[in-house]
Design a protein around this ligand. Structure first.
Ligand code: UDP
Ligand code: MG
Length: 340
């Protein structure tokens, strides 16, 4: 379990300050992105709602329908018509889980927000211990997967590698084996909502926000119904997005490649010039030509690397497209004007 950023007195003082500000009866927003999940909705609601009621939480559930092609929306609307605590944000098409989560967080009104998967792989029983830690003054409480028995060996291995590579290259460290399942206080949500980037690598963004975070260990169960929406290719692209949006190391690497090649070129040049001086010219013009070609190649790589450093950053931001498009927000079965 990762350690909090602060410890001892400094931490205790900050926690005490936050503790004082905690409302007596906070509103809890569960944010649930859904994509082709018609089989999972009933099971999710029939598990989570009674549990929330048993623990006496004031809560709302914000579903984000991420362009499902099955009956997910109709099903959600049916259930929503019966329960005023459900809100359904319907996106105009599939934007991906990260964008859907962003939409849900933007539409949640709670004092605390808990992003959850609908497949019950994020155990709702954990919300009670999450809330306990939040009342102690922590702003972010995340679930830490103690063992990933429900994952394949390949997924475990690749996840391990991902955390290692990411945390080596990125200045912002993300805790290992932590998914999106966590409790986030309103003040962290406010910071998160100010982050303008289009590329929403949520784990990274949550870590970037900072504040006092603490982990609660849990065992991740297998999916309750339906099937995983992430195949190997999607996971690979997800990992790539994560690294590229939090680290410029891959761009910068070319600079060092350029430096190394330039050094080799200089050494080789010395070698050829010396050889020509000692043994005379073997092929006229050959030595100078080769030196020029190598040196120019190295310089080009070097400068391309520098240009890439700036271009990569600009490209992501300059397009400025919205992160998601809302088709409508549905509450109590009726249609409302889309919120921005
Ligand atoms: N999901 C989504 N949009 C997508 C893919 C997935 O909203 O494009 C949702 C999905 O419905 C589920 C959650 O993201 O609630 C996690 O997906 P899944 O369980 O398939 O991921 P895994 O647990 O296999 O990593
Ligand atoms: Mg899942």
């Amino acid at each position: 379990v990762p350690h909090p950023r602060l410890s001892g007195n400094a931490l205790e003082r900050q926690l005490a300050g936050q503790r004082e500000r905690r409302p007596a009866s906070p509103l809890l927003s569960l944010v649930v992105p859904v994509f082709n999940e018609e089989e999972s909705i009933d099971l999710f609601l029939d598990t989570v709602v009674p549990l929330m009621e048993r623990d006496g939480f004031r809560f709302e559930i914000v579903f984000v329908n991420d362009g499902s092609r099955d009956n997910t929306l109709a099903h959600l609307l049916d259930r929503g018509a019966l329960d005023r605590r459900l809100r359904i944000v319907n996106l105009s098409r599939n934007f991906g889980k990260e964008a859907a989560l962003t939409a849900g967080i933007d539409h949640a009104r709670g004092d605390v927000i808990v992003p959850m998967d609908i497949d019950l792989q994020d155990p709702p029983e954990l919300i009670e211990p999450f809330m306990a830690r939040w009342r102690e003054g922590y702003d972010i409480v995340y679930g830490v997967r103690t063992q990933r028995a429900s994952d394949t060996a390949a997924k475990r291995l690749s996840a391990n590698w991902f955390y290692r590579v990411f945390n080596t290259m990125s200045p912002v460290r993300i805790p290992e084996n932590v998914g999106d399942f966590r409790l986030v206080d309103r003040r962290a949500v406010q910071v998160l909502r100010q982050l303008p980037e289009r590329n929403r690598f949520m784990k990274g963004l949550f870590a970037w926000v900072g504040f006092n975070a603490v982990g609660v260990p849990y065992e991740r169960p297998p999916r309750a119904a339906g099937s995983s929406k992430f195949n190997l290719w999607r996971l690979w692209n997800f990992a790539l997005d994560g690294v590229v949006s939090f680290s410029t190391a891959p761009l910068r690497a070319w600079f060092y490649v350029g430096v190394v090649i330039a050094a080799i070129a200089v050494l080789y040049a010395l070698f050829i010039v010396t050889r020509v001086l000692i043994f005379g010219i073997d092929t006229p013009g050959y030595a100078s030509l080769l030196i020029a070609v190598l040196l120019m190649g190295a310089i080009q790589l070097l400068s391309l690397g520098i240009i890439g450093e700036y271009l990569g950053r600009l490209f992501l931001e300059v397009k400025g497209r919205p992160i998601y498009v809302v088709e409508g927000v549905y509450e109590n079965g009726d249609v409302q004007a889309p919120k921005s």
